[in-house]
Design a protein around this ligand. Structure first.
Ligand code: GLU
Length: 498
């Protein structure tokens, strides 16, 4: 719980879709600000749009935040002093504040139906005019008109009476001073005829009563801010500080969308991006540690360096290659145990298990075996997506094969002759019934090469492809140790017969 001088920020998603990168970055910057200042990070679900809000989206947003490690101090599941944190459960609070505005004359009833508005909009546009969202039709109804509508039992919404002149401005913590002429601000609806507040109203009431000090959100909300400031003023409240983050563009500098690739946090999870890497990359979208600082950072390093002042006010372009690079850097920096934890579910999914026939030194469990073979990969373990291709051959004869490499290195008469000679030499020279260490394989390869009058490499290249399906792998002697002598011989013979 924060102390009273510390900032209180919030992430306030509407549960109408998945947690996409824009929302995740908004959540992250709020979280970073709270964590770096010792403040509180509140999660509030803005589900007043009953038609578009879904349970599925609500669950996906929470899942996405948990996956990223963006823990909230107050909100759904954890509770807090300012709950409930779902707007649909706060209707009484909004109603109470609406009543205040009605009593002070800051809001008025609007009896226009959607059809009425649409018809008038069409008429204005047909006449070459601009329609800004409302024409003030019910702003100054006479008592007789009001009585007539009431008599007809016409449903009504409540609109805020915005000032006709003057300016509304704020000092944005990211984009500096923003100013709007009040005459261009429309009397928007604050309470709908269905008895629900609009986003504009609920967000102001909640941010105020929840003690939010900084509203940090996407700059798609800039046009809402002056209207919201007017609601604060009508209620006699001081507005919080606002900070609008620039939007995220695709690599082509157009607004990031599906056609650029993955956009939801869960899609990136499926693509094998680590949560720490996603968080790191999102933090760099509009913020940078400055100077020559290493951009590959843990969340605690980012928290230490984070400052709102360094948030960029120009749009950030999403760079999928950079995300992948950051991801591989995070994997490279993991400890052997962490790599093992990462790889285990991938192995489990493929039901690869240790076969006693492999006879491996010091690897009497699948975990120990996996640990050893991950060790041979070293920094070549840089992606969860390519990992099964890289290690499949250790577990199964039915593994990934690079066909071009196979045709070039294995499928020639010379390679076949050498592989058969090597298989024979291993069978003759090594005890196939006990585990063999890498140096035993090395000796056999070197002596066979000498006997045949070829370079060791001439035996090694086709053997590597025969055993692993690829031209790049860990040292071949180590690979043979981990594949085991019986399977090594078998694969050499199968390759020679192919
Ligand atoms: N529910 C709004 C949205 O998802 C939140 C806007 C805000 O942060 O004020 O866009």
């Amino acid at each position: 719980m924060s102390n009273s001088n510390q900032p209180r920020v919030r992430f306030a998603p509407s549960p109408t879709g998945f947690l996409h990168v824009g929302g995740a970055r908004t959540a992250l910057f709020n979280w970073l600000y709270a964590r770096s200042q010792g403040g509180a990070f509140v999660l509030r679900i803005e589900d007043t749009d009953q038609e578009r809000s879904t349970e599925e989206s609500y669950a996906a947003i929470l899942r996405g935040m948990e996956w990223l490690g963006l823990d909230w101090d107050e909100g759904p599941r954890v509770g807090g002093d300012f709950g409930p944190y779902l707007q649909s459960e706060r209707l009484d609070i909004y109603r109470e504040h609406l009543d205040k505005l009605a009593a002070s004359g800051h809001v008025y009833k609007c009896y226009c139906s959607a059809d009425d508005l649409e018809a008038r909009e069409k008429a204005v546009r047909d006449g070459g005019g601009n329609w800004e969202g409302y024409d003030g039709h019910c702003r100054d109804l006479t008592p007789a008109q009001t009585a007539e509508y009431e008599g007809q039992g016409k449903p009504f919404a409540w609109r805020l009476r915005t000032p006709d002149d003057g300016v509304t401005f704020w000092y944005d913590v990211i984009v500096d001073k923003r100013e709007f002429q009040n005459e261009v601000l429309v009397d928007r609806v604050v309470f709908k005829a269905d008895g629900f507040p609009t986003y504009q109203f609920a967000v102001v009431v909640d941010d105020h009563v929840m003690g939010i000090t900084h509203v940090l959100r996407g700059d798609d909300h800039v046009s809402n801010t002056p209207f919201q400031i007017l609601i604060y003023e009508a209620l006699g409240w001081k507005p919080p500080k606002f900070g609008h983050m620039p939007m995220i563009l695709g690599p082509d500098k157009k607004r990031l969308s599906k056609r650029h690739g993955a956009t939801s946090v869960e899609e990136f999870q499926k693509l094998g991006i680590l949560p720490a890497a996603m968080l790191n990359y999102l933090a760099l979208l509009g913020w940078s540690p400055g100077g020559n600082a290493d951009e590959v950072m843990t969340s605690s390093a980012i928290i230490k360096k984070f400052s709102l002042k360094k948030v960029n006010s120009s749009p950030a372009a999403f760079d999928y290659d950079k995300l992948n690079h950051i991801n591989s850097e995070h994997i490279k920096r993991l400890s052997a145990d962490e790599r093992l934890d990462l790889a285990k579910p991938i192995i489990a999914k493929r039901s690869w298990a240790l076969d006693p026939e492999w006879l491996i030194h010091g690897a009497d469990s699948t975990d120990a075996y996996l640990g050893r073979l991950l060790g041979t990969l070293g920094n070549r373990f840089s992606s969860l997506v390519t990992l099964p291709e890289q290690i499949g051959f250790f577990f199964s004869d039915d593994h990934y094969v690079d066909q071009e490499a196979w045709d070039e290195n294995v499928a020639t008469d010379e390679a076949r002759r050498l592989m058969i000679a090597l298989a024979d030499a291993i069978e003759e020279g090594l005890d196939m019934a006990v585990p063999q260490a890498s140096n035993a394989f090395e000796e056999v390869i070197r002596s066979t090469a000498e006997k045949l009058g070829v370079k060791a490499g001439q035996l090694i290249h086709p053997s590597r492809v025969a055993l692993t399906g690829q031209t790049r792998s860990a040292g071949i002697f180590e690979v043979m140790e981990l594949v085991g002598a019986p399977r090594t011989v078998r694969r050499l013979r199968v390759a020679a017969a192919s």
